[in-house]
Design a protein. Structure first.
Length: 37
């Protein structure tokens, strides 16, 4: 959501793979918890 509006939708995997706010927030949150491949 951005400014009270839905800006994207999809499964976790599709949103994580798509460049956007979801991916950015996921990378920040998961940065210390997942291995880089």
């Amino acid at each position: 959501m951005e400014n009270g509006r839905i800006v994207d939708e999809g499964t976790h995997e599709s949103l994580r793979d798509k460049v956007g706010i979801y991916q950015k927030l996921w990378n920040i949150q998961a940065g210390g918890f997942t291995e880089s491949v």
